[in-house]
Write a protein that binds this ligand. Structure first.
Ligand SMILES: Nc1ncnc2c1ncn2[C@@H]1O[C@H](COP(=O)(O)OP(=O)(O)OP(=O)(O)O)[C@@H](O)[C@H]1O
Length: 70
């Protein structure tokens, strides 16, 4: 984290906040999300996993498309 400097806050979502940061050496701009770990985040040696509510019923995109055709 010390490699980056804050440029500005981008916004907040359901899981955390997004910020615009600049790499201090390369000057590259990146977006970084801070996600509160709480009880719903599991860290493995290779992955960060988020536990969330299961929503049955298929893909939202398919529901929007089939509603469009009716
Ligand atoms: N890579 C990005 N580049 C630019 N702006 C971003 C980026 N990621 C997030 N943002 C901004 O930050 C806001 C919050 O993003 P975040 O991904 O946390 O939540 P979301 O996508 O809006 O909602 P949700 O939490 O439901 O996924 C977004 O609405 C967007 O304005």
């Amino acid at each position: 984290m010390e490699k980056y400097e804050l440029v500005k806050d981008l916004g907040a979502g359901n899981f955390g906040v997004a910020r615009l940061l600049r790499h201090k050496e390369t000057r590259e701009l990146v977006a970084m999300k801070d996600i509160e770990r709480g009880l719903k985040v599991v860290l493995t040696p290779t992955h960060l996993a988020i536990v969330m509510e299961y929503t049955a019923g298929g893909e939202l995109f398919e529901r929007i498309c089939s509603a469009d055709l009716q």
